[in-house]
Design a protein around this ligand. Structure first.
Ligand code: ADP
Ligand code: MG
Length: 280
């Protein structure tokens, strides 16, 4: 009914163990929009992503997070995921013994089942997708992402390369069709070929029904996945917003250029002041 953006973050303040990390962050992401959130290490990007998903360690001290017009602050992580918020993690965990296909079918059925049938020993698969239908869907989405069919039978993230882990996250996104997808440093640790494959997977999954918040330290993934909006985060706040050109200015001039523009001394809002080696 409402024409408000799917995700509305208003003056968000978040603390971890009593230390304030997010200091009044506001951001709106609508359907079909791609927003890039860029910032140096320690500026609070992952804190925002974890807070959006409801990680219990992150305490919202004031402000609001509205998803499809309703506050999510009292919702558990799984309820947020079922409602259509999705997060691709920087470090996906391995689940030996659970195949990619089984994991995805369980996740999809949880998303399809009405909340009242979840938990309490209900059998959500009875209301979910039929196995045959699921296999066809999985096959189609894997072809779309140019993934080998054998991938579906492997144990989730068990012995996966960095690129395979990220593609498994994108496959999950392609199956679950979230309304808002948050990607935290999906580009980190990928070599150029893996980066291109992952970015092409993201592009194949984009739809006018999905909004994307792409969190990244580096500009390079934005050469493949083009954002309409770019925001710069420093010291727990968004201090500058612009269009795609802003990411190129950051690439050329670094984050100190933003600090100068907004009147922060060099190093403020960046807990690691020298360039950081990429995660492997
Ligand atoms: P970014 O993702 O931009 O690198 P983070 O959100 O990870 O930044 O970190 C922001 C700040 O919050 C840092 O000072 C970091 O040390 C602190 N922080 C993040 N997560 C935790 C945590 N789980 N416990 C304690 N401090 C944390
Ligand atoms: Mg981070």
């Amino acid at each position: 009914m409402s024409h408000a953006p799917e995700l509305v973050i208003k003056d968000l303040h978040v603390g971890i163990e009593g230390k304030e990390i997010l200091k009044g962050l506001s951001l709106e992401v609508g359907k079909g929009e791609i927003h890039a959130l860029m910032g140096p290490n320690g500026s609070g990007k992952s804190t925002l992503a974890n807070t959006l998903m409801g990680h219990p360690k992150y305490e919202v001290t004031s402000g609001e997070i509205l998803f499809k017009g309703e506050s999510v602050l009292e919702m558990e992580t799984d309820a947020r995921a079922r409602a259509g918020l999705f997060m691709a993690f920087q470090y996906p965990v391995a689940i030996p013994g659970v195949t990619v296909a089984n994991f995805l079918r369980t996740a999809l059925n949880a998303r399809l089942a009405p909340p009242e049938t979840n938990g309490g020993g209900a059998m959500p698969h009875k209301r979910g997708i039929a196995p045959k239908e699921f296999r066809a869907m999985l096959k189609e989405r894997m072809a779309l992402l140019k993934m080998d069919e054998s991938f579906a039978g492997r144990y989730l993230n068990d012995g996966f390369s960095g690129g395979e882990k990220k593609r498994a996250e994108i496959l999950q996104m392609a199956i679950l069709k979230p309304e808002i997808a948050i990607m935290d440093e999906t580009d980190s640790g990928l070599d150029i070929d893996a980066l291109r494959a992952v970015a092409e997977g993201i592009n194949a999954t984009l739809s006018p029904e999905m909004g994307v918040l792409m969190i990244t330290h580096y500009q390079r993934i934005l050469n493949y996945v083009k954002p309409q909006f770019v925001h710069v985060m420093l010291d727990g706040r968004i201090v500058m917003s612009g269009g795609e050109e802003l990411s190129h200015q950051l690439e050329a001039n670094g984050y100190d250029w933003v600090r100068e523009q907004v009147g922060l001394p060099a190093g403020i809002g960046d807990e690691v002041s020298e360039p950081v080696a990429e995660h492997v």
